[in-house]
Design a protein around this ligand. Structure first.
Ligand code: CMC
Length: 425
């Protein structure tokens, strides 16, 4: 806590409120006791100015385009680390040494297989089911296969085992969701491969085929997962923390986070980007027409993949991934008219006063959708890919919330409905 205090005057009375300062000099007025003292609550729809917690996991400065996990910049992590190492860093607070990494990786490899009965649950879904709904159901089904995980207050070893299990099984689930949707037999994990190569093999290998993932694709996927691994208190992470705050299990909390991520204003944006580009192409490819639609306040159309709640100059993840997108596309020799539309849209928006004045720049999802498409991942699986990347962040945030013994999340409201009335009959 800082030595500063804030003073609030209401109805002629003064209240002194503590000021909290973070390690990067972020400042907050602590209003947690204000209601008890004054009868007032604070109102902030969408939590645009409300801190829900203190956290030592991720630092984000939206004005300057900074994103760091446990103090390390995403630029350095994508250049020098790998996704599993970053997952360990987020969950346990430090980068692993070689022995710690080997142990973590071996543990994950050991748990990649899922119970055969999960296939029966999968088979119950029609092929029309959206992969995100199926993924969230499969993750929640782990509560049934590991009932001991229901109690998050068990020993550290048992909580760690739940963490390892979900990290290990989510690539298997994600690939099985896809295989089921296209009516192909599922592939079992290949534990001789690294995390990303194993996932790509389960996604794309055909029966009896010797599948070798392209190292450029594996590398791009690994980087994308790192870039998505955490993003402090966003919609899905806040959901995971708030569900977990009721002492719901890790699997139930993550399953809720997957559902929160699904929406087009959050993780679903990468799917929405490609759908938007495809519909522009179908409509003749007139980029200017769609720029004008996005600016028209009477038209609900928004440029998907543009703008961000917290990044108001540039999205640092987008900067890294744009370079990656160019490398993957040229490496795979991909020529795709939808990608030309994306480039045209980006150029036009970056020069347009409407977008410049509102600081609307392409976000990470604008480019991630383009890379996933180039990798052969179908559009409705894009948000599943985001979930795969975000998983260690959700776990770390759930674990931190538990270890800090945070109270159950329960916002207040200002009631604007009827006063008491009687049934008139
Ligand atoms: N296209 C056109 N206009 C936009 C857009 C857009 N994509 N985004 C914001 N605006 C306008 C908005 O109409 C408003 O204009 P005005 O001031 O004239 O009323 C102004 O910009 C501010 O918008 P806002 O909705 O108040 O901004 P926000 O911070 O509440 O919303 C956002 C952020 C990401 C929800 C929004 O920019 C958006 O809907 N973008 C498209 C969806 C998208 O790409 N989402 C992925 C976010 S990145 C992934 C993640 O981290 O989850």
């Amino acid at each position: 806590m800082s030595s500063n205090t804030a003073e609030l005057k209401i109805d002629g009375k003064s209240y002194e409120l503590p000021v909290i300062e973070g390690t990067e000099n972020e400042k907050a007025v602590d209003i947690s006791k204000l209601r008890a003292q004054s009868g007032y609550i604070t109102l902030d729809q969408g939590f645009k100015n409300t801190g829900s917690t203190t956290s030592s996991i991720t630092f984000l400065n939206g004005e300057e385009g900074v994103l760091r996990y446990r103090g390390y910049s995403i630029e350095e992590l994508t250049a020098k680390s790998n996704f599993l190492e970053v997952a360990y860093l987020l969950i346990y607070g430090e980068l692993p040494n070689k022995a710690e990494f080997d142990h973590f990786q071996e543990n994950i490899i050991h748990h990649t297989l899922v119970h055969e009965d999960i296939k029966k649950i999968l088979d119950g879904f029609p092929s029309s089911a959206h992969p995100m709904g199926v993924l969230s159901s499969l993750v929640c089904s782990l509560t049934a296969f590991y009932p001991e995980s229901l109690d998050p207050n068990r020993s550290k070893e048992e909580v760690d085992l739940s963490i390892i299990r979900i990290m290990a099984k989510i690539p298997t689930f994600a690939s099985w969701v896809y295989k089921h949707k296209i009516g192909h037999p599922v592939n079992y994990p290949d534990n001789s491969l690294d995390y990303c190569s194993n996932f790509l093999k389960m996604m794309f290998a055909l029966p009896a085929e010797k599948y070798q993932p392209d190292p450029a694709v594996t590398d791009a996927l690994d980087k994308l997962l790192i870039l998505h691994a955490d993003h402090e208190q966003n919609c899905s992470t806040s959901t995971v923390r708030i569900v977990g705050s009721s002492q719901a299990s890790l699997y139930a909390s993550i399953s809720a986070g997957i559902n929160a991520l699904w929406g087009p204003l959050h993780g679903g944006a990468n799917q929405a980007v490609i759908e938007m580009l495809e519909s522009i192409k179908k409509d003749g490819g007139d980029v200017k027409k769609y720029i004008d639609k996005a600016k028209d306040k009477d038209d609900p159309f928004r440029l998907m993949g543009f703008g961000h709640r917290v990044y108001k100059n540039f999205d640092p993840r987008a900067k890294i991934i744009k370079k990656n997108a160019d490398e993957v596309l040229s490496g795979l020799g991909i020529k795709d008219p939808v990608l030309d539309i994306a480039k045209g849209l980006e150029e036009a928006a970056l020069q347009d006063d409407y977008f410049v004045e509102r600081k609307l720049y392409p976000n990470v999802d604008f480019y991630s959708g383009i890379i996933y498409r180039a990798m052969g991942i179908p559009t409705d699986m894009f948000t599943v890919m985001f979930a795969l990347g975000r998983l260690p962040g959700w776990i770390a945030q759930w674990k931190e919330m538990r270890e800090n013994k945070e109270p159950i999340g329960r916002p207040r409201q200002i009631y604007t409905g009827y006063n008491e009335r009687k049934i008139e009959r």
